[in-house]
Design a protein around this ligand. Structure first.
Ligand code: CP
Length: 303
């Protein structure tokens, strides 16, 4: 089994199924193991959900956690990712949870780490594997099985690590994935089987669930989106599209209210957004147990 967790495609279907089943078992468990390991949270980009839920997951399992961000660290003096990984290993961390803006950062860190396990918490436009695992768990809770379910991903597909991890994992679980984005925010190549949807209204009509992505302001500033009002007209999920519909809405967060999604939908009966956040802690606990105490996985899965 691969030691690191860099991307969904690297870890494969068997480990993804095992992590989701383990997260479910942990959610029901009356007692948790104490792993007595040390975990560094190395976040070179802002984060609320991912960072805090890794921290909650590790501390609930008795790990020692040190949070590290680029502000105030030697990164500001020019230290590289490679130097940082070597330094954290030399200090003795058993796992390094890494978020970085470079799309090969997790793979690069994994190639440098000699002992520590690298966990990708989102690297550039590449992957965000634990987000996909928590999205899949949330959808499985809702639908039971994803075989033949239609999941639309709406927004900046081209730059989205969430899209890349979600599309890979949801496809493995039997879902039909659709994408909806303005032409300049669509990748030049889509894998076989992915359905292109022309606008948010059609995507909602087509889908059983929609994962709405955050529109980053820099995409507007760089001219990839004509204007905010044009974007909203075609690609925002509006409350009127959901009247009489049972479509579930997910969003990795943070939401730009009234930009990619009408604010009123965030806490509507369609929304699974808070459940995604709660499930994130169980997925990250599953990742820690899978890394540090593989021998306990069967124990959890058999109860
Ligand atoms: N979903 C997600 O990655 O959110 P954060 O940026 O708050 O961690």
């Amino acid at each position: 089994m691969q030691r690191h967790l860099v991307g969904i495609s690297q870890i494969g279907a068997v480990r993804c199924h095992r992590l989701i089943a383990l997260a479910r078992a942990i959610r029901q468990a009356s007692a948790l193991p104490r792993l007595d390991k040390s975990v560094a949270l190395a976040f070179f980009e802002p984060s609320t959900r991912t960072r805090l839920s890794f921290e909650a997951a590790a501390t609930r399992l008795g790990c020692r956690v040190a949070a590290f961000s680029s502000a105030g660290s030697s990164i500001e003096k020019g230290e590289t990712v490679a130097d940082t990984i070597r330094t954290l290993e030399a200090i003795g961390f058993d796992a390094i949870v890494l978020r970085h803006r470079a799309s090969d950062a997790a793979e690069h860190a994994a190639s440098i780490a000699k002992h520590a396990t690298i966990v990708n918490a989102g690297d550039g436009c590449h992957e965000h594997p634990t987000q996909a695992l928590l999205d899949a768990l949330t959808l499985l809770d809702e639908f039971g099985s994803l075989e033949g379910k239609r999941i639309a991903i709406i927004g900046d597909i081209r730059h989205s690590r969430v899209y890349r991890s979600d599309a890979a994992l949801l496809g493995m679980l039997g879902a039909i994935v659709g994408v909806c984005a303005p032409p300049l925010l669509m990748p030049s190549h889509l894998p076989d089987g992915i359905v292109q949807l022309p606008d948010a209204a059609s995507a909602i009509e087509w889908a059983d669930a929609a994962i709405v992505l955050r529109l980053q302001r820099e995409r507007m500033d760089s001219g990839l989106v004509p204007s905010l009002s044009d974007y909203r007209r075609r690609y925002a999920v509006r409350r009127e599209y959901l009247v009489g519909s049972r479509v579930r809405l997910l969003h990795p967060g943070p939401v730009n209210p009234d930009i990619e999604l009408d604010a009123v939908l965030v806490e509507s009966e369609h929304s699974l957004i808070q459940r995604q956040v709660s499930n994130g802690v169980f997925i990250r606990m599953a990742v820690m147990i899978d890394i540090f105490a593989t021998e306990l996985v069967e124990h959890f899965l058999s109860h």
